[in-house]
Ligand binder design. Sequence first.
Ligand SMILES: [Fe+2]
Length: 293
Amino acid sequence: MDNATPHEPNASDEASADRRHISRKGLLKAAIVAGAAPLLAGGGVALARDSAAPNGSGGLLDPTPQCDDGDDPTPPQMEGPYFKPNSPRRNSLVTPGTPGVPLTVSGYVFGRACRPISGALLDFWQADTNGAYDMARYAFRGHQFTGPDGAFSLTTVVPGLYPGRTRHIHVKAQAPGGRILTTQLYFPNEPRNNTDALFDPRLLMNVRSVGNGRQGSFDFVLDVAQTPGPTDPPTNPPTNPPTDPPGGTWAPGTSYRAGDRVTYGGVAYRCRQAHQSMTGWEPPNVPALWERG
Ligand SMILES: [Fe+2]
């Protein structure tokens, strides 16, 4: 990866700046928790932003960045002293015998227009289950690239605690040719979240317990300008436009099933998984739910 070191904000400045920007996201999340969030039925939850699901402790989730207004990229955090360049390319940082609580982290990388970024680099590093970083080799370090739909998935263990910090995972994210975002991801309901000056609720993952492990999710929004989505009407509409699909024109508050077909902005889409639609999840904005065609 590009070894350029991004600007490292001062910890205290970063913490205070973070707190100034929480309010609007908090309101958004409050609306979601109050019941506006769509329920994804069957086929698993593909969107990390589907944050209304209960986490492992049964409590409501704290604010997490949403790719719904397109103007708030994922906030940066300091790199810290434990980054090492040239991590191996791999999605899994563990082997069957690795000690620790199994953890997967998955989600999507979006640009500012909430369109997925394919081929984005994600370079993760974290402490082992005992809170130790491997500075001699590359244990719990690995980079990967998002797929065509902007998705990523990391297999690891829950990082251990070490003095002075709450539980976290470090990551550098970079769109192809873009600037590096250095940040950290946090776990909900951690006692030390309240005392760690770096902790930022916008960087909370959604985490739930599954069997003896945990499943975390997080969507990155990179500060990458994107051209408008396919909602723009075509400049040269076909002479014989297709008839409206059975689903008609996409509308919020509608229960769609996998395979349903709709139009939105004059473009035809096919539903990829059952869900209830809502404003902000228009087909071009949620490639996990809708594909063109
Ligand atoms: Fe750390």
